[in-house]
Each structure stands twice: as structure tokens, then as C-alpha cells.
Design a protein around this ligand. Structure first.
Ligand code: ADP
Length: 450
């Protein structure tokens, strides 16, 4: 087992990792930029190291500074969290070369899944259903037109290096194709420094359903059921739930079993998420994330399995501690992402929190690094916390969520809490009847009414 873990991240996820490490009796090192000197993860860690100025490129993404922090503190493993360096194969490789454990999968698996074209080819070979589209990258408009005619419109042009919903453009018909193609490429070039794009059939009313897996790199893998992340704004998740209101046990076990088998065959190590679009009873793979997800707590609530604990144990060489038959899903969980944003315009709202009162009670979990008196720096993404609620069934979960949202007070800044208060009272949400476009339509109608 590791003796000291350096957490190469910030905010709520740095705290989440710190908690798991402490429970395993492992010492923790926090790293922080100058903008984060007062952050809670820095206060709670056993040691902390400043790794640079506010700009992420110069601090949280600065590999030489992180390596120096490992050297100074004697950390024998690094947990990358999500975002930042969590899916950079090069970082995993450098750590491997310095005999420091990387708490994540092999650099080889990160590389394969980070290229969305190669990822799709790989999982297709392993028997996972994929969205129809170009089997390879598409380099010119002529080829795009040929593929468009073959798969049928509308189509989506997507960045091979994509992430965060960027570099993605829809073409409703061949007339839109040229513009969509060039704009997806230039957005991909700007965002990722790589303009490789591919094409997919654009699904009109799918849900986003993802399967959580856990593998030990020794040929054992299990699935922990699904999360429904269909409530999205600009292709970014806003609220997630487990289990999905759209699936029954038979469908869940079928797709989960398929994914676990594929991951065992791949000898995948650590936690991973296989993302699907789900429409008319069929699953279509879109991508795999080779890291811990923001929404992992809903899975933890219904399985009572600590995913970060498992990640750390597996990275230190342990075998999976469970078999598929030991995993039982119990009740229902919902997560709301609390962002420091205006609840209508979604404009960022950094600044000082003057008063903070989180909800509590049975089945309630708040993962957040903020506190009264804390100033949210303007330099990073706006997620400041997550409210996760569990109930014995979906109705109880929704009732509890409504109660928690009423109780939650964050003063001094704008947050997205009022949006969730509206959503819990909506009939479509209560019925679980929503697809990936539902929230955008709801928000557009709401602003038209005002
Ligand atoms: P990213 O890596 O940028 O998050 P994903 O491939 O995971 O990109 O897709 C993000 C979201 O974009 C999905 O959850 C879904 O809402 C939408 N999307 C992706 N592919 C398609 C598709 N073929 N048809 C319709 N919507 C899609």
C-alpha cells in the first residue's frame, strides 16, 4: 500500500480524495496555486506545496512543478482527480518512469480512450454497440458528404480529442455540412491543439446513460450499474441520477455485463465510465472516461462502495475486492451540481461567501470545499459543490432533495440552487421523462416567459 499520496487537484474532488486516503491511514499532500492558498483541501491535508501562479497551465497542469512537489514531500503516489492531468497519458508515463504510483489506469489505456476514434474502434471490437458514423477520421468535406449520404442526416461532427462538449457541430442536411465541418475543426484546433474530427449519426432524442466499471488490470472487472446524466446544458451535465428511470433490471444487467466483460478482456485497471446514448431501447457508445467522474457519488450511494478507496487499493496492486454477485443496487440517488453561476444567465459568480449552511440528515451528502468567509477565485471552473441525496426509492429521493434544497443557504454569491428548486417541482422531472435536450428547451421556454 502507498504511504503518502499527492493530490494533483483542487476543490471538492481534492477533499474527496483526501478523505479516502485518511480512512486508509495514508498521509496526504495537497498542492495549490497562489489563488488557492486558503482552500479547504490545503487546510485539511497533512502537508501542502504551492505549485505556481493562478493560471492552471502554470500550476495544476505544470508537470515539472508537480514532480518537484513529489520529490520534496516523498509522496509515493499521485491521484489526479478529474480534469487537469487526469487523462494525460504523458503524466502517467512520467510518474511510472519515476517509480511513483499513478492512481488511474495504464498510460496505454488513457491514450487509446483519449482518442475518441480509436476508442470507438477498440470497444466495437470488444462487442460494445457504437453510434453509426465514420469508422475513422474525416479529413475533407467531400468525404464528409459521402459519409453523410451513407448514414443519413442529421449528422454530428466531433473532435477526436474532444472533451467538455467542445468541438461538436450538428449538420441537419448536406447544405449545412461544409460550415459544420470547418467550424468543428477550428473549434477543436483552438481547444485541443488537434483538428482531427470524425462523424456520427446525430441522435434526436436520446438519454445519456453511462456504466461505471471497476477493473484490477488482472483480468477481473465488475460493473456498478448506470447513471443517467441526460439533464445537460451545452453538452455539460447538470443533474445526475442512479438508477436511470428509463431502464429495468434486465436491460441494466445486459449492458452492464457486456461492458464488464469487455473491460476484463482489455485488462482495464481502476475506475472507468463507458458513456452511451440510449434511444428506442438501444445503447450507442460515445466515449470512455478513464478517471473518476464528478457524478461518482450517486453510484456510491446506491452500492455503498467507496470508489476512491477501490481506486487507491487497485493502483497499489491489490485485486478486486468484490465479484459481480456481491454488488447490489439499493434505492435511488440524485446529484445536483452546485455552480457559482447566475441561475438564469449562467454567468460566473466568483467572490466571497458570506454565509454558508449546508443541508444534513439521513441520506444526505454534500461534497464541497467551500465555507463561510471563503472567496471563490475567478480562475477555475464554477463547480463549488455537489448535493447528493439518497432515498429508498425515487419518490422518497425527490422528496428529500426538495427538503435539502430548501435548507441549503449560500450567501454572497449567485448559485444554481434556485434552478434545482424549480426542477424538483417539474412534472417531467418527477416522472423521469427527459432526454438530453429537455433542459435546454425548458430554459429557453422559461426565459421566453419572463
Ligand atoms: P465530450 O467528450 O465533449 O463530453 P461526448 O462524446 O461525451 O463529448 O458527448 C457529450 C454530449 O454530447 C452527450 O452527452 C450528448 O448530449 C451529446 N452527443 C454526443 N454524441 C452525440 C450524438 N451522436 N447524437 C446526439 N448527441 C450527441
Amino acid at each position: 500500500m502507498f504511504s503518502k499520496i499527492l493530490i494533483a487537484n483542487r476543490g471538492e474532488i481534492a477533499l474527496r480524495i483526501l478523505r479516502a486516503a485518511k480512512e486508509l491511514g495514508i498521509a496526504t499532500v495537497a498542492v495549490h496555486s497562489t489563488a488557492d492558498a486558503d482552500a479547504m483541501h490545503v487546510r485539511l491535508a497533512d502537508e501542502s506545496v504551492c505549485i505556481g501562479p493562478p493560471l492552471a497551465r502554470d500550476s495544476y497542469l505544470n508537470i515539472p512543478n508537480l514532480m518537484a512537489a513529489c520529490e520534496i514531500t516523498g509522496a509515493d503516489a499521485v491521484h489526479p482527480g478529474y480534469g487537469f492531468l487526469s487523462e494525460k497519458a504523458r503524466f502517467a508515463e512520467i510518474l511510472e518512469a519515476h517509480k511513483i504510483g499513478f492512481i488511474g489506469p495504464s498510460s496505454e489505456h488513457i491514450r487509446i480512450m483519449g482518442d475518441k476514434i480509436e476508442a470507438k474502434q477498440t470497444v466495437k471490437r470488444l462487442g460494445i454497440p457504437v453510434v453509426s458514423g465514420s469508422d475513422d477520421g474525416v479529413t475533407d468535406v467531400k468525404e464528409a458528404k459521402r459519409i453523410g449520404a451513407e448514414i443519413g442526416y442529421p449528422v454530428l461532427i466531433k473532435a477526436a480529442a474532444g472533451g467538455g462538449g467542445r468541438g461538436m457541430k450538428v449538420a441537419k442536411s448536406e447544405d449545412d455540412l461544409e460550415e459544420a465541418f470547418h467550424s468543428a475543426r477550428s473549434e477543436a484546433r483552438n481547444a485541443f491543439g488537434d483538428d482531427a474530427v470524425y462523424m456520427e449519426k446525430y441522435l434526436e432524442k436520446p438519454r445519456h446513460i453511462e456504466i461505471q466499471v471497476l477493473g484490477d488490470g488482472q483480468g477481473n472487472a465488475v460493473h456498478l450499474g448506470e447513471r443517467d446524466c441526460s439533464l445537460q446544458r451545452r453538452h455539460q451535465k447538470v443533474l445526475e441520477e442512479a438508477t436511470s428511470p428509463a431502464l429495468n433490471d434486465e436491460q441494466r444487467n445486459r449492458i452492464g455485463g457486456l461492458v464488464a466483460k469487455a473491460m476484463a478482456e482489455l485488462k482495464y485497471s481502476g475506475v472507468g465510465t463507458i458513456e452511451f446514448l440510449y434511444e428506442n431501447g438501444e445503447f450507442y457508445f460515445i466515449e470512455m472516461n478513464t478517471r473518476l467522474q464528478v457524478e461518482h457519488p450517486v453510484t456510491e450511494m446506491i452500492t455503498r462502495i467507496d470508489l476512491v478507496n477501490e481506486q487507491i487499493r487497485i493502483a497499489s496492486g491489490a485485486e478486486l475486492s468484490m465479484k459481480q454477485e456481491n454488488i447490489h443496487l439499493s434505492g435511488h440517488a440524485i446529484e445536483c451540481r452546485i455552480n457559482a453561476e447566475h441561475p438564469r444567465t449562467f454567468a460566473p459568480s466568483p467572490g466571497k461567501i458570506t454565509y454558508y449552511h449546508p443541508p444534513g440528515g439521513l441520506g444526505v451528502r454534500v461534497d464541497s470545499g467551500v465555507y463561510a468567509g471563503y472567496s471563490i477565485p475567478p480562475n477555475y471552473d464554477s463547480l463549488i459543490g455537489k448535493l447528493i441525496v439518497h432515498g429508498r426509492n425515487r419518490v422518497e429521493c425527490m422528496m428529500r432533495l426538495r427538503r435539502c434544497l430548501d435548507e441549503f443557504v449560500i450567501d454572497g454569491i449567485e448559485t444554481t440552487i434556485p434552478l434545482f428548486r424549480d426542477l424538483v417541482d417539474n412534472q417531467d422531472i418527477a416522472n423521469g421523462m427527459y432526454d438530453i435536450h429537455w433542459l435546454e428547451k425548458y430554459l429557453a421556454n422559461k426565459s421566453a416567459d419572463e
